[in-house]
Design a protein around this ligand. Sequence first.
Ligand code: ADP
Ligand code: MG
Length: 264
Amino acid sequence: MNQDTLLQVRNLKVSFRGEEGELTEALKGINFDIPRNRTVALVGESGSGKSVTSMAIMQLLPARNTVIDPASQVTFEGRDLLALEGAELRKMRGKDIAMIFQEPMSSLNPVFTVGDQIAETLMLHAGLGRRDAFKRAVALLTEVGLPDPEKRAKAYPHELSGGQQQRVMIAMAIACEPKLLIADEPTTALDVTIQKQILQLLADLQKKHGMSVLFITHDLGLVGEFADDVVVMRHGEIREAGSVEQIFNAPANPYTKALLNCRP
Ligand code: ADP
Ligand code: MG
């Protein structure tokens, strides 16, 4: 594995079992790399397999009806993530790789203040005591640009706007200094002006913390400004991958060309 590669996906093949036992292939053996300290955009229309890819990396697909081909490999700093279990798996999810989703409320607990939730993460994964953890939570909320962070740390999720909730999720995600942040359509549910602010925040944090970001989006219009590399997906396959300059200036694949022509 190249020294500068953080995560390597090889032959990732995922199928789902239907009611009658029939298998539908969602990922048809995909390959791509996430280099260290770069933002990779995973782009494709709805249903192309972007979220399944991220859930497979995190081992979050439902065991009940998911079949992962045994030849699939996801290697993160030399470890096969698909083989992790127990404490190692919890450590990977809590520290090495963090994830944020389209709907921040789906990950926030409505009955705890946002400061307490971030503090909880820090107590669990960074071994801080409650007082220090809460202090650190306020510092993180300040870092992600939440206005009046001291006061808002004591707010419940529903008391914040959608953009503010996403800032809280980002604070929680970076709390343990992950090496990789997976952001699955992080701004799709937000107003256009807020979208740009959140993406700019992610770009700033990526640089400041020197982490890698897997930025999942159906919107190729956001990619040029906020990503270094692009992976284009369709129907569970990767159609094209390369740097932003390469893909935007000289797309080789007809599907990529069509996507680029559809940009507003
Ligand atoms: P997107 O690119 O929009 O994120 P997804 O990765 O969510 O697409 O979905 C890819 C395909 O896999 C879709 O056809 C979807 O219906 C199917 N799929 C995703 N999750 C499941 C699941 N838990 N059970 C069955 N099918 C699923
Ligand atoms: Mg999705």
